[in-house]
Design a protein. Structure first.
Ligand code: IPD
Ligand code: CA
Ligand code: CA
Length: 261
Protein backbone atom coordinates (compact mmCIF):
# COMPACT_ATOMS: atom_id res chain seq x y z
CA UNK A 1 0.00 0.00 0.00
CA UNK A 2 2.87 2.39 0.73
CA UNK A 3 4.32 1.56 -2.69
CA UNK A 4 0.98 2.41 -4.30
CA UNK A 5 0.83 5.71 -2.38
CA UNK A 6 4.38 6.50 -3.50
CA UNK A 7 3.82 5.59 -7.15
CA UNK A 8 0.62 7.62 -7.20
CA UNK A 9 2.18 10.66 -5.48
CA UNK A 10 5.08 10.58 -7.97
CA UNK A 11 2.72 10.40 -10.93
CA UNK A 12 0.46 13.18 -9.66
CA UNK A 13 3.43 15.36 -8.69
CA UNK A 14 4.95 15.00 -12.15
CA UNK A 15 1.59 15.88 -13.66
CA UNK A 16 1.56 19.10 -11.59
CA UNK A 17 5.10 19.96 -12.64
CA UNK A 18 4.26 19.46 -16.33
CA UNK A 19 1.29 21.78 -16.00
CA UNK A 20 2.78 24.70 -14.11
CA UNK A 21 2.18 27.80 -16.21
CA UNK A 22 -0.50 26.04 -18.27
CA UNK A 23 -3.55 26.68 -16.08
CA UNK A 24 -6.69 27.42 -18.06
CA UNK A 25 -9.25 27.85 -15.34
CA UNK A 26 -9.04 29.40 -11.88
CA UNK A 27 -12.14 29.31 -9.68
CA UNK A 28 -12.85 30.55 -6.17
CA UNK A 29 -13.99 28.03 -3.59
CA UNK A 30 -16.68 28.59 -0.95
CA UNK A 31 -17.16 32.13 -2.26
CA UNK A 32 -13.78 33.07 -0.75
CA UNK A 33 -11.70 35.55 -2.73
CA UNK A 34 -8.37 33.96 -1.69
CA UNK A 35 -9.34 30.28 -1.93
CA UNK A 36 -8.39 29.15 -5.42
CA UNK A 37 -8.83 25.90 -7.31
CA UNK A 38 -7.66 25.16 -10.84
CA UNK A 39 -8.54 22.44 -13.29
CA UNK A 40 -5.09 21.00 -12.55
CA UNK A 41 -6.02 20.42 -8.87
CA UNK A 42 -9.13 18.55 -10.01
CA UNK A 43 -7.41 16.49 -12.70
CA UNK A 44 -4.61 15.52 -10.32
CA UNK A 45 -7.14 14.34 -7.74
CA UNK A 46 -9.00 12.31 -10.36
CA UNK A 47 -5.74 10.73 -11.48
CA UNK A 48 -4.91 9.74 -7.89
CA UNK A 49 -8.35 8.32 -7.11
CA UNK A 50 -8.55 6.40 -10.40
CA UNK A 51 -5.15 4.82 -9.80
CA UNK A 52 -5.89 3.75 -6.23
CA UNK A 53 -9.42 2.60 -7.04
CA UNK A 54 -8.07 0.26 -9.69
CA UNK A 55 -6.29 -1.66 -6.93
CA UNK A 56 -8.71 -1.05 -4.07
CA UNK A 57 -12.18 -0.44 -5.53
CA UNK A 58 -13.93 -0.76 -2.17
CA UNK A 59 -11.78 1.61 -0.14
CA UNK A 60 -13.12 4.95 1.08
CA UNK A 61 -11.70 8.28 -0.11
CA UNK A 62 -11.55 11.80 1.26
CA UNK A 63 -10.23 14.17 -1.38
CA UNK A 64 -9.98 17.93 -1.11
CA UNK A 65 -11.70 18.44 -4.45
CA UNK A 66 -14.17 15.56 -4.57
CA UNK A 67 -15.02 15.37 -0.87
CA UNK A 68 -15.99 12.24 1.00
CA UNK A 69 -16.86 9.18 -1.09
CA UNK A 70 -18.45 7.42 1.89
CA UNK A 71 -17.71 3.81 1.02
CA UNK A 72 -18.09 1.33 3.87
CA UNK A 73 -14.49 0.33 4.40
CA UNK A 74 -11.93 0.31 7.21
CA UNK A 75 -9.52 1.99 4.79
CA UNK A 76 -9.73 5.65 3.83
CA UNK A 77 -7.34 7.41 1.47
CA UNK A 78 -6.93 11.09 2.33
CA UNK A 79 -5.73 13.17 -0.58
CA UNK A 80 -4.51 16.68 -1.21
CA UNK A 81 -3.69 16.53 -4.93
CA UNK A 82 -2.01 19.95 -4.95
CA UNK A 83 -0.95 21.46 -1.65
CA UNK A 84 0.21 24.99 -2.42
CA UNK A 85 -2.36 26.02 -5.03
CA UNK A 86 -1.75 29.76 -4.55
CA UNK A 87 1.99 29.27 -5.18
CA UNK A 88 1.19 27.07 -8.19
CA UNK A 89 -1.07 29.69 -9.78
CA UNK A 90 1.76 32.23 -9.50
CA UNK A 91 4.39 29.89 -10.94
CA UNK A 92 6.12 29.63 -7.53
CA UNK A 93 7.56 26.14 -7.28
CA UNK A 94 6.64 25.38 -3.68
CA UNK A 95 3.87 22.80 -3.86
CA UNK A 96 3.40 19.06 -3.55
CA UNK A 97 1.01 16.13 -3.63
CA UNK A 98 0.01 14.53 -0.33
CA UNK A 99 -1.54 11.07 0.08
CA UNK A 100 -2.31 9.31 3.36
CA UNK A 101 -4.09 6.11 4.28
CA UNK A 102 -6.22 5.72 7.37
CA UNK A 103 -7.12 2.29 8.78
CA UNK A 104 -9.95 2.20 11.34
CA UNK A 105 -9.43 5.89 12.04
CA UNK A 106 -5.63 5.77 12.40
CA UNK A 107 -3.29 7.18 9.76
CA UNK A 108 -1.00 4.26 8.90
CA UNK A 109 1.02 5.63 6.00
CA UNK A 110 1.76 8.84 4.15
CA UNK A 111 3.59 10.01 1.05
CA UNK A 112 4.34 13.62 0.11
CA UNK A 113 6.07 14.40 -3.17
CA UNK A 114 7.56 17.73 -4.21
CA UNK A 115 8.26 17.47 -7.95
CA UNK A 116 10.28 20.71 -8.07
CA UNK A 117 12.99 19.42 -5.74
CA UNK A 118 12.27 15.76 -6.52
CA UNK A 119 11.88 15.08 -2.79
CA UNK A 120 9.67 12.27 -1.59
CA UNK A 121 8.77 12.12 2.12
CA UNK A 122 7.24 8.89 3.38
CA UNK A 123 6.29 7.19 6.61
CA UNK A 124 4.57 4.07 7.80
CA UNK A 125 3.24 3.84 11.33
CA UNK A 126 5.96 2.54 13.71
CA UNK A 127 8.45 2.19 10.85
CA UNK A 128 10.13 5.60 10.78
CA UNK A 129 10.12 8.45 8.29
CA UNK A 130 12.15 8.78 5.10
CA UNK A 131 13.26 11.39 2.59
CA UNK A 132 14.07 9.76 -0.73
CA UNK A 133 14.47 6.43 1.12
CA UNK A 134 16.91 7.80 3.71
CA UNK A 135 15.76 7.84 7.31
CA UNK A 136 15.02 11.31 8.69
CA UNK A 137 14.83 12.77 12.19
CA UNK A 138 13.54 16.00 13.65
CA UNK A 139 16.06 18.63 14.79
CA UNK A 140 17.74 18.78 18.20
CA UNK A 141 17.17 22.50 18.81
CA UNK A 142 15.83 22.95 22.31
CA UNK A 143 15.47 26.73 22.60
CA UNK A 144 12.69 28.57 20.82
CA UNK A 145 15.00 31.58 20.42
CA UNK A 146 17.31 29.40 18.28
CA UNK A 147 14.45 27.87 16.31
CA UNK A 148 13.39 28.39 12.71
CA UNK A 149 9.66 27.83 12.64
CA UNK A 150 6.96 27.98 9.98
CA UNK A 151 3.28 28.75 9.81
CA UNK A 152 0.48 29.42 7.34
CA UNK A 153 -2.65 31.51 7.22
CA UNK A 154 -6.20 30.37 6.49
CA UNK A 155 -8.00 31.63 3.37
CA UNK A 156 -10.70 33.20 5.54
CA UNK A 157 -8.09 35.22 7.45
CA UNK A 158 -10.23 38.36 7.52
CA UNK A 159 -13.02 36.63 9.48
CA UNK A 160 -11.20 33.65 11.03
CA UNK A 161 -11.68 33.68 14.82
CA UNK A 162 -8.39 32.05 15.85
CA UNK A 163 -6.05 35.05 15.97
CA UNK A 164 -3.63 33.77 13.34
CA UNK A 165 -1.92 37.14 12.93
CA UNK A 166 -1.60 37.61 16.69
CA UNK A 167 0.02 34.16 17.04
CA UNK A 168 2.35 34.99 14.17
CA UNK A 169 3.56 38.17 15.79
CA UNK A 170 3.82 36.58 19.26
CA UNK A 171 5.95 33.67 17.99
CA UNK A 172 8.03 35.98 15.80
CA UNK A 173 9.16 37.86 18.93
CA UNK A 174 10.28 34.65 20.69
CA UNK A 175 12.03 32.61 18.00
CA UNK A 176 14.95 33.02 15.59
CA UNK A 177 12.74 33.48 12.53
CA UNK A 178 9.35 32.53 11.08
CA UNK A 179 8.73 31.39 7.50
CA UNK A 180 5.52 31.06 5.47
CA UNK A 181 5.97 28.71 2.51
CA UNK A 182 2.34 28.20 1.42
CA UNK A 183 2.23 24.41 1.62
CA UNK A 184 1.31 22.86 4.96
CA UNK A 185 2.32 19.38 3.78
CA UNK A 186 5.83 20.62 2.95
CA UNK A 187 5.98 22.64 6.20
CA UNK A 188 5.36 19.39 8.11
CA UNK A 189 7.81 17.43 5.95
CA UNK A 190 10.49 20.03 6.68
CA UNK A 191 9.84 19.74 10.43
CA UNK A 192 10.30 15.99 10.04
CA UNK A 193 13.69 16.31 8.37
CA UNK A 194 14.95 19.03 10.70
CA UNK A 195 14.90 22.04 8.35
CA UNK A 196 12.27 23.63 10.58
CA UNK A 197 12.01 23.12 14.34
CA UNK A 198 8.26 23.62 14.49
CA UNK A 199 5.03 24.41 12.62
CA UNK A 200 1.65 25.71 13.70
CA UNK A 201 -1.44 26.72 11.81
CA UNK A 202 -5.12 27.43 12.50
CA UNK A 203 -7.97 25.88 10.51
CA UNK A 204 -6.21 23.19 8.51
CA UNK A 205 -8.13 20.32 6.93
CA UNK A 206 -7.43 16.60 7.26
CA UNK A 207 -6.00 16.43 3.72
CA UNK A 208 -3.48 19.22 4.46
CA UNK A 209 -1.98 17.36 7.41
CA UNK A 210 -2.78 13.61 7.33
CA UNK A 211 0.45 12.45 5.68
CA UNK A 212 2.61 15.24 7.13
CA UNK A 213 1.64 14.67 10.74
CA UNK A 214 2.48 10.96 10.54
CA UNK A 215 5.82 11.82 8.89
CA UNK A 216 6.65 14.25 11.74
CA UNK A 217 5.68 11.70 14.41
CA UNK A 218 7.65 8.92 12.75
CA UNK A 219 10.66 11.25 12.57
CA UNK A 220 10.48 11.62 16.38
CA UNK A 221 8.44 14.83 16.51
CA UNK A 222 5.37 15.80 18.50
CA UNK A 223 1.88 16.68 17.25
CA UNK A 224 -0.81 18.29 19.46
CA UNK A 225 -3.44 20.97 19.50
CA UNK A 226 -2.43 24.53 20.48
CA UNK A 227 -2.80 23.71 24.18
CA UNK A 228 -0.31 20.87 23.95
CA UNK A 229 -2.94 18.11 24.26
CA UNK A 230 -3.15 15.06 21.97
CA UNK A 231 -4.90 15.87 18.73
CA UNK A 232 -6.06 14.24 15.52
CA UNK A 233 -6.17 15.19 11.85
CA UNK A 234 -9.79 16.34 12.10
CA UNK A 235 -8.90 19.02 14.68
CA UNK A 236 -8.12 22.19 12.73
CA UNK A 237 -5.54 23.94 14.92
CA UNK A 238 -2.22 22.13 14.61
CA UNK A 239 1.10 22.30 16.42
CA UNK A 240 3.92 19.99 15.28
CA UNK A 241 7.48 20.35 16.50
CA UNK A 242 10.71 18.51 17.20
CA UNK A 243 9.27 17.87 20.69
CA UNK A 244 12.02 19.82 22.46
CA UNK A 245 10.55 23.28 21.83
CA UNK A 246 6.95 22.11 22.03
CA UNK A 247 6.09 23.48 25.48
CA UNK A 248 7.83 26.76 24.71
CA UNK A 249 5.58 27.33 21.67
CA UNK A 250 2.51 26.23 23.63
CA UNK A 251 3.30 28.97 26.17
CA UNK A 252 3.53 31.57 23.40
CA UNK A 253 0.35 30.35 21.68
CA UNK A 254 -1.49 30.59 25.01
CA UNK A 255 -0.91 34.35 25.00
CA UNK A 256 -2.76 34.72 21.71
CA UNK A 257 -5.65 32.40 22.56
CA UNK A 258 -9.04 33.71 23.45
CA UNK A 259 -11.42 31.31 25.20
CA UNK A 260 -12.70 30.07 21.79
CA UNK A 261 -10.05 27.36 21.41
C1 IPD B 1 -3.18 25.44 1.74
C2 IPD B 1 -1.69 25.39 2.01
C3 IPD B 1 -1.26 26.59 2.82
C4 IPD B 1 -2.05 26.74 4.09
C5 IPD B 1 -3.54 26.75 3.81
C6 IPD B 1 -3.93 25.49 3.03
P1 IPD B 1 -4.02 24.31 -0.59
O1 IPD B 1 -3.59 24.28 1.00
O2 IPD B 1 -1.35 24.22 2.72
O3 IPD B 1 0.10 26.52 3.20
O4 IPD B 1 -1.66 27.93 4.73
O5 IPD B 1 -4.21 26.77 5.04
O6 IPD B 1 -5.30 25.50 2.78
O7 IPD B 1 -5.30 25.08 -0.67
O8 IPD B 1 -2.92 24.96 -1.33
O9 IPD B 1 -4.20 22.87 -0.86
CA1 CA C 1 -3.83 21.87 1.17
CA1 CA D 1 -5.05 21.47 -2.32
Amino acid sequence: MLQLAVDTALEAGRFLKMNIGKIKQIEHKHGEERNLVTEIDKKAEQLIIDKIKKRYPHHDFLGEESGSHKAVSDYKWIIDPLDGTTNFTHGLRIFCTSIALEYKGDVILGAIYDPSSDELFTAEKNKGAYLNNRKIQVSQTNRLMESLVVTGFPYDISVNPYNAVQHFSNVLMECQAVRRLGSAALDLSYVACGRFDGFWEVTLNAWDMAAGVLIVQEAGGKFTNFKGFPSDIYTPNVLATNGLIHNQIVEVLKKGMKEKM
